[in-house]
Design a protein around this ligand. Structure first.
Ligand SMILES: [Zn+2]
Length: 241
């Protein structure tokens, strides 16, 4: 009996280890990726290393900003902030060649409604990605949570024709309860990622790198046994929905 219990325990531990084994997101060999962030600077901070790695592999990458960051510059009106932050996004695209798109939500007042669900679904149908990366829904920022819900709904309503991954921003402060399943080694492109992120000077991005991103990406690198990494959770489709 003791031997049987031992074997059963060993099998349970082994299966748990297999289920918990982290994987490389790039193994998906994706051809078209959308990175959907709530604000200008979100796609850059959360997954731009992965975007650059994907593009090296021949993947067409597009960043999508739900808003133009209207509420993100103290002392500026919504229109003034949107103009400044739109220009920052355009500068990133000019620098990296990675195309970007805007949806017409408003920073700090984003919505999850039937119309907004349809808007994201139609965007995804038009762009036809095989990979979508967005925010993890347990996040301190309402707009980040909304972006995750809108992408998740589009994934379901389009019959999950693409792989959906969630990722983190300022882990511990904004993203929480994040138990990742996938990694990307971004060491070779980390400086390019930083250069793109630092274009968003209106967001005091230089301070954020030292305070948050260095620590987060270094920690993921330690876990994935490389210098710098980004981490992801893959959305799982149940057998019966
Ligand atoms: Zn944000």
């Amino acid at each position: 009996m003791k031997i049987r219990i031992f074997i059963l325990s060993a099998l349970i531990v082994a299966s748990a280890c297999i289920a918990a084994s982290a994987q490389d997101l790039l193994a998906g060999n994706y051809k078209k990726a959308l990175i959907i962030g709530a604000h200008p600077d979100d796609p850059e901070s959360m997954a731009y290393g992965t975007a650059l790695r994907l593009r090296e592999m021949g993947c067409d990458v597009v960043t999508v900003y739900l808003t133009r960051g209207e509420a993100g510059i103290p002392g500026k009106t919504h229109d003034e902030a949107a103009a400044i932050r739109t220009a920052e996004c355009e500068k990133v695209t000019a620098m990296t060649g990675i195309r970007h798109l805007f949806l017409n939500q408003i920073d700090g007042s984003s919505e999850v409604t039937n119309e907004r669900y349809l808007e994201v679904k139609e965007l995804i149908e038009r762009e036809n990605p095989d990979l979508v990366i967005t925010h993890w829904p347990i996040d301190s920022h309402r707009d980040h949570r909304h972006a995750a819900l809108l992408a998740n709904d589009a994934w379901r309503r389009t019959g999950r024709h693409f792989d959906l991954f969630y990722t983190e921003v300022m882990a511990g402060l904004q993203t929480t309860n994040f138990n990742h399943t996938h990694y990307v080694d971004i060491t070779s492109v980390r400086q390019q990622k930083l250069d793109a992120y630092l274009v968003h000077v209106s967001q005091m991005t230089d301070g954020n790198v030292a305070k948050y991103h260095d620590t987060m990406e270094r920690m993921r690198g330690l876990e994935w046994q490389c210098q710098w990494a980004e981490a992801f959770i893959k959305a799982i489709w149940p057998k019966v929905d």
